[in-house]
Write a protein that binds this ligand. Structure first.
Ligand code: ATP
Length: 512
C-alpha cells in the first residue's frame, strides 16, 4: 500500500476509534487544531507520564515545574521570539496556496535523498548477502549524483537562512523549478517573513491593555524561574527543570494531521551546567533521549539523529531525533546545547542577576544550558503510526494497534461468553478487582470474534473471556493481542500477569 494511503487510513482510524477528532467539527473544523477523544486522552496521558517519570523519578537532580501560559511580554523580546520567531512564507499566485519557502526546498532535498536510498535498497535486494553498501554508496553514479544535488541544495538553503536573504530563498525555488504541489505552476510571489506567535490583550480597558502572547514554547517559563527553583530546592549545578504544557504557534502550513498543529503540548527539560560542560551534557542527553524512544520497542531502524549543519548563533551543538513517518523521516524531538544565551538575555532585559554561586568553585556564573524538547502530539502520531498494522487473516483483514502495553489506553477487556447464566456478573467481579490498577473495559455485545477485533483496533493488549467453566474452577481465557494466542489462567493470576506486562516500570527499567 502506498504510504499516503497508509497515512489516510491512520487518520480515519484515529477518528473512528476515539483517538483524535478535528476541533469544532460540527462547524467544519478549525485549521490545524484537534481534540483528543476517550482513547486519545489516555494515550496522551500515558506518554506524558512515561516522559515525566523518566525525568523526575529516575533522576534525582531533575525537578518539575508548571509555569503559566501567559508571561510578561518582555520575556519574548529577551528570548528573541518577537524579532526572530519567523518563518519565510511564499504564495503561489495561481492556486493562492501559501507555503513555507524553506519547507518547499527541504522537500526537494528529501526527494533527492529518497531517490538515492531507493537505489541502495534495489541493489541490496539484487545482490543479497554479497552487497557492499559502503562501496555502492561511494561509487554508484545515481546515488552520488542525487546526494550531491541534495547537499548543494541544503548548503544553499542554509546560507540563505543564515543571511536572512529572502530574495535568495525565492531564487532557489525558481532555479530548481519547484512547482506548487497543487497547481503545478512556478508562479510565485516574493518571500515574506511571518511571525508565528499568537498575540492577545490583557487588561479590562482598551487604553490600559497590554499585548501578551500565547507562549510558543514552554522553555521560557523554566528560564525565568531558574533561580526560584534553584534557591527553594537548594539545587546544585548540574540540575534540570522539566515541564509539560501547552504551546501555540500560528503555523503557516499545517497539513500533516497532528504532526504540525497550532495548539500543541511540549515536554521540555532544561539542564543547567557549569560553563564549558555543555557539550558533554549534550552528548549524554542525546544518548539518553534516544534510549527513551527505543525503549518503546518499535523498529530501531526507523529512528535516526539529524545533527544540525546550520546552528543558531547561540547554540554550539544541536540534533533532532527523527522518526520514519509514512511521509518520511521527520523531527520528533530537538536536543540543543544553548550556551548561556537564554539566561544572559534575561539578565540583560530584566536587570536581575541570573547567576549561580558554585560552592565548589567558590565563584558565581551564568550556567550553560542543554535542552531536550519534544512534542506530545508528535510522539502520539509517531506511536500510532508505528503501531498501526493490517494483517491478513483467514476471515478478513485484522486491523490492530500494536501499542506498547504500558501506553495502551485500555489495558484489558473482560467479556462474558454469553449474556446469561451469571457470566456477566463474574466478568464484572473481575473488573471490580482490577480497576484500581488498570483501565478495564466490559464488553458483552456481538460475537466474541467481533469483540476481539474491536479491542485489537484500539490496541487493548489483553482480552479476558469468562465462560461456564470459569464459574466452576475460577479460570478464564486470556488472549494476547499481538499473537492472538490464548491461554487458560486462574483469575488469581490475572493481577500479576497484567501488571508485569502493562506497568510503566517495564519501560522505565530499560532506561536505568
Ligand atoms: P519544526 O522544524 O518541525 O517546525 P521546530 O524545530 O520549530 O520544529 P522546536 O521549536 O525545536 O521545533 O520544538 C520542539 C518540539 O516541539 C519539536 O520537536 C516538535 O516535537 C514539537 N513541535 C514544534 N512545533 C510543533 C507544532 N506546530 N505542532 C506539533 N508539535 C510541534
Amino acid at each position: 500500500m502506498a504510504q499516503e494511503d497508509v497515512f489516510k487510513k491512520l487518520v480515519a482510524h484515529c477518528k473512528e476509534y476515539g483517538y483524535v477528532f478535528p476541533s469544532s467539527e460540527i462547524y467544519d473544523g478549525l485549521g490545524a487544531v484537534y481534540d483528543y477523544g476517550q482513547n486519545g486522552v489516555e494515550l496522551k496521558n500515558n506518554i506524558k507520564k512515561y516522559w515525566w517519570d523518566s525525568m523526575i523519578l529516575l533522576r534525582e537532580n531533575v525537578v518539575g515545574l508548571d509555569s503559566a501560559i501567559f508571561m510578561h511580554p518582555t520575556v519574548w523580546k529577551a528570548s528573541g521570539h518577537v524579532d526572530a520567531f519567523n518563518d519565510p512564507l511564499i504564495d503561489n499566485k495561481d492556486s493562492k496556496k501559501r507555503y513555507r519557502a524553506d519547507a518547499l526546498i527541504e522537500e526537494l532535498a528529501a526527494k533527492y535523498e529518497e531517490k538515492a536510498e531507493k537505489e541502495v535498497e534495489k541493489a541490496r535486494q539484487r545482490f543479497g548477502e554479497r552487497f557492499d553498501e559502503a562501496l555502492f554508496r561511494q561509487t554508484n553514479p545515481q546515488v552520488t549524483a542525487n546526494i550531491e544535488k541534495r547537499n548543494a541544495l541544503v548548503a544553499r538553503l542554509s546560507a540563505a537562512l543564515n543571511a536572512n536573504d529572502l530574495a535568495e530563498l525565492r531564487q532557489i525555488i525558481i532555479d530548481n523549478k519547484i512547482a506548487c504541489p497543487l497547481c503545478g505552476t512556478c508562479n510565485w510571489t516574493e518571500v515574506r517573513q511571518f511571525n508565528l506567535m499568537f498575540a492577545t490583550e490583557m487588561g479590562s480597558t482598551a487604553e490600559g491593555a497590554t499585548k501578551v502572547y500565547l507562549r510558543p514554547e514552554t522553555a521560557q517559563g523554566i528560564f525565568v524561574n531558574f533561580l526560584n527553583v534553584q534557591k527553594s530546592g537548594r539545587m546544585k549545578v548540574p540540575f534540570g527543570i522539566a515541564q509539560i504544557g501547552k504551546a501555540f504557534r500560528n503555523e503557516i502550513i499545517a497539513r500533516q494531521f497532528i504532526f504540525r498543529v497550532r495548539e500543541f503540548e511540549q515536554m521540555e527539560m532544561q539542564y543547567f551546567v557549569r560553563p564549558g560542560q555543555g557539550l558533554d551534557a549534550f552528548r549524554q542527553w542525546k544518548e539518553a533521549r534516544m534510549k527513551w524512544h527505543r525503549a518503546l520497542g518499535f523498529n530501531p531502524a526507523d529512528y535516526r539523529f539529524h545533527d544540525h549543519e546550520k546552528l543558531a548563533h547561540y547554540a554550539n551543538a544541536a540534533t533532532d531525533i527523527e522518526y520514519r513517518f509514512p511521509f518520511g523521516f521527520k523531527e520528533v524531538e530537538g536536543i540543543h546545547s544553548r550556551t548561556d544565551f537564554d539566561l544572559s538575555r534575561h539578565q540583560e532585559f530584566s536587570g536581575k542577576k541570573m547567576q549561580y554561586f558554585d560552592p565548589e568553585l567558590n565563584e558565581s556564573y551564568v550556567p550553560h544550558v542543554v535542552e531536550t524538547s519534544i512534542g506530545v502530539d508528535r510522539v502520539f502520531l509517531q506511536v500510532i503510526a508505528a503501531a498501526y498494522r493490517e494483517e491478513a487473516t483467514d476471515a478478513a483483514t485484522r486491523v490492530l494497534l500494536a501499542l506498547p502495553p504500558a501506553l495502551a489506553p485500555v489495558k484489558l477487556a473482560v467479556m462474558p461468553l454469553v449474556k446469561k447464566d451469571g457470566l456477566p456478573e463474574k466478568a464484572l467481579e473481575i473488573i471490580r478487582q482490577l480497576r484500581f490498577d488498570h483501565r478495564c473495559q466490559y464488553d458483552e455485545k456481538d460475537s466474541i470474534g467481533k469483540r476481539y477485533r474491536r479491542q485489537d483496533a484500539i490496541g487493548t493488549p489483553f482480552c479476558i473471556t469468562v465462560d461456564h467453566d470459569s464459574l466452576e474452577d475460577n479460570t478464564v481465557t486470556i488472549r494476547y493481542r499481538d499473537t492472538m494466542q490464548q491461554e487458560r489462567v486462574a483469575i488469581d493470576q490475572l493481577p500479576a500477569i497484567i501488571d508485569e506486562k502493562t506497568s510503566l516500570k517495564t519501560l522505565l527499567r530499560a532506561l536505568d
